[in-house]
Design a protein around this ligand. Sequence first.
Ligand code: GLN
Length: 493
Amino acid sequence: MEAPFTVAETREAVRSGRASSVEICRAALDRIAAADPGINAFRAVAAERALARAAQLDARGDRATLPLLGVPVAIKDNLCTRGIATTAGSRMLDGYLPPYDADVVERLESAGAVIIGKTNCDEFAMGSSTENSAYGPTRNPWALDRTPGGSSGGSAAAVAARMVPLSLGSDTGGSIRQPAALCGVVGFKPSYGRVSRYGLIAFASSLDQVGPFATTVMDAALAMDVLAGHDPRDSTSSPAPVPAFARALDESRGELKGVRIGVPRALFTDGVDAGVLAAFDAALDVSRACGAEIVDIALPYNAQAIPVYYIIATAEASANLARYDGVRYGFRAADARSVGEMYERSREGGFGREVKRRIILGTYVLSAGYYDAYYLKAQQVRTLIRRDYDAAFAGVDVIAMPTSPTPAFPLGERTGDPVRMYLSDVFTVSANLAGLPAVTVPCGFAAGRLPVGLQFTGRPMDDSGVLRVADAYERATSWSTERPDARPSSLSR
Ligand code: GLN
């Protein structure tokens, strides 16, 4: 029999006593030791802490009630973990040890999950390739000379290379969905407010959401059952009742009769890879065969989503990043002669190029002379984007789009051209601007056996609806069982 790997298999194996949490934890640590040197998905592996935690779980009597019992989880390095260094991919937070856990980390641990380590990401989650990490890029397990996507590239690669069955990322404009698509795994961005942002290092607070990466939609739903829920420590956390995510998938059994899927075809004209479009069209046929009706829709203001996002996200980032002054966290420049000089030099030396670019852009669009022309205008267009979605959702239940316009691109290809890098997010940023739930599920390959992702976006707070449609698609296909060929042979289980 194969060793348990998925979230569902792992918890069953541990609950029934076929495997111990310690055995599962050791197996994950072995896979990381074998595969990660070539991939660099992890910033830190907390082996001793994880093994001690697994041993504690094995000693407990109430195991059957823990929903993620023994499941090894990797956490993006912009989520605070008490006592485990948390850098957000920045030199600015070098050596920072958070004094508290993020809400999602607390929730995972109380559900019996074992935190294995922290994953690499673009600095302060700003990027689409993980190349903006101050600690070196992560490589795509499907093609080691290509990017895993970003900003949560380490979390995506760790699951794609089968190092861990579950990881967490954050998604401000696509940072869970785009890397999940490029690495051939499932990634879910919940509705804004569904998951607490407490302990997430802030990038753009009106857009940021935390969510899971997994190899199956069911595993993502099992994780959402634990992650979702109101948290009084996050003022934007929703008090709405939390649906039973995994149970809803069991009940619908892949049936899509009566479900209407909208397709905004006019958005896919320029710059979309032919292999991505072919996989997308084939995926629509599969959804149709499951009983769904495919409907043409228009989302005209989506064409403005990238400029709107890069004004609002940078404006919020410029405010959020003002706190890094060399005094309170991590890095401080040496030999400054005054307080002002210390601030200046710490920010100069602590932040990388992309982060500085965004602070400058964000400060500019908020400045007195330009606020109306840029920031205010962007907020108005954000409302129009939201209204486009509202109008579309009057006639359809979910909207399908490719997750990323291209498959994984070579490392270095876009680092010198920020606008080209920003265009990696054309199909993902609008869900954040409108606060909508969106999931990506593997839907085949483009040339060179590079994974392609299929994205479903849903109505506000209809997180269960998008997971259901993605799960039906996954059940009707076998893409989720494909694994990277380029993996080191020691990874086969
Ligand atoms: N790639 C986008 C950016 O660079 C989105 C990042 C994210 O979602 N954190 O801002």
